[in-house]
Design a protein around this ligand. Structure first.
Ligand code: BYC
Length: 337
């Protein structure tokens, strides 16, 4: 709806399909290599457009579905201050979804189509949101680890070659950074609490650590379960949509997060975790890619519940969409008169 003025006809056959050595494609890649931003009305290969629609819409869906695990705790937050913080955070995630749907719309797809793909189960969203939030400590773990992983992945996206996505990411990263800090601060409070609170924090950490590492996606080269190799990275890096690979980002996250866990008095649930002086990085154990594949196939602990809740919320919101359309039609009629 924000992009009506962009005039990108849906399914326009005049937009050339990708031709690696066509003059347009050569000029396009030269612009990318010169770090120029690509804007909605610029020529772009069809593969670039499709990759962006896929990634941005998956990202938008993740933000919207990501409201559920934390929203689940708003009524049970232990203090008014914590409740206010959590409500603001969950609301921010909804806002991120909206900026991202708007960025995707600039590529000639409608928000309705994208939402339909989420609701009919054909679109992906981040694996992480298919895990349950069992205790209050999970809210700290999500802010610290999930938003922490999200920032690690999203800071490079602020330099993505596609202008509307890059600009949306700048604002989102500012908010994610606050989210990460509030999560860590919540964990810090628990780390100074009773033995029971410390145990609750360790339990949450044990359950969120590995799923947080899976957020970065499959390995750059083949490893673990069959077929678990990033399919899109090479091309996306050539197009400067992705600036840093899945494994590099995962390693950065581990290197930054392990000392933070130690400061909280937590034990990382990985017997292979070890500082490697030769590489100046932490070595860590193998990721369970079978679990990841299972979650992506719709069989994680909460996949079905997440979609059911989202579908019900969408149905309950029908009257708002209808009212907004009726109001817009009335306004347009009045303006035309
Ligand atoms: N979960 O070739 P690859 C948040 C899929 S929201 C599910 O490496 P790509 C927050 C991938 O889509 C955080 N699927 O793909 C919100 C692809 O499948 P398709 C969300 C995954 O795109 C609320 C296949 O595996 N962040 O922060 O080059 C509260 C092969 O992967 C996952 C974003 O969306 C996964 N974890 O790289 C709190 C960031 N990983 O499409 C916090 C933007 C991979 O071929 N997205 N897949 O069927 C990205 O940066 C990239 O899309 C990814 C994957 C790094 C995630």
């Amino acid at each position: 709806m924000y992009t009506q003025g962009l005039d990108i006809p849906k399914g326009d056959k005049s937009i050339p399909v990708e031709q690696g050595d066509s003059p347009e494609a050569v000029r396009f890649q030269a612009r990318i290599d010169a770090d120029e931003k690509i804007e909605p009305k610029d020529w772009m290969p069809e593969g670039y457009r499709k990759t962006l629609i896929r990634q941005i819409s998956q990202h938008a869906h993740s933000e919207v579905i990501g409201m559920q695990p934390e929203g689940n705790w708003i009524t049970r937050a232990p203090t008014l201050r914590r409740k206010a913080i959590l409500m603001a955070k969950v609301q921010d995630e909804g806002g991120h979804g909206l900026y991202l749907y708007s960025a995707a719309e600039t590529l000639g797809v409608s928000r309705d189509e994208l939402v339909d793909q989420l609701l009919d189960g054909s679109a992906k969203y981040s694996s992480i949101f298919n895990y349950p939030t069992l205790t209050w400590a999970d809210i700290g773990a999500i802010g610290w680890l999930v938003d922490g992983a999200a920032i690690m992945n999203q800071i490079p996206l602020c330099r993505c070659s596609y202008g509307p996505y890059a600009r949306a990411m700048i604002r989102i990263c500012k908010e994610e950074s606050f989210h990460q800090r509030q999560g860590y601060e919540l964990m810090l409070s628990l780390s100074r609490g009773t033995a029971e609170q410390k145990a609750m924090m360790q339990d949450a950490f044990d359950r969120w650590w590995w799923p947080a590492l899976m957020m970065f996606g499959p390995h750059d080269t083949k490893g673990g379960a069959e077929g678990m190799k990033s399919q899109h990275s090479e091309q996306s890096m050539k197009w400067r949509i992705k600036r840093v690979s899945n494994d590099e980002l995962r390693q950065k996250f581990v290197d930054v997060t392990v000392p933070q866990a130690e400061y909280l008095g937590l034990k990382v649930p990985d017997p292979y975790l070890k500082w490697n002086a030769a590489t100046s990085h932490y070595d860590f154990g193998p990721i369970d890619w079978d679990e990841f594949k299972n979650v992506l196939a719709g069989n994680g602990p909460c996949n079905k519940k997440r979609l059911k809740v989202r579908r019900e919320a969408h149905e309950r919101g029908a009257w708002v969409r209808e009212a907004a359309m009726a109001y817009a039609a009335k306004k347009a009629k009045r303006q035309a008169a």
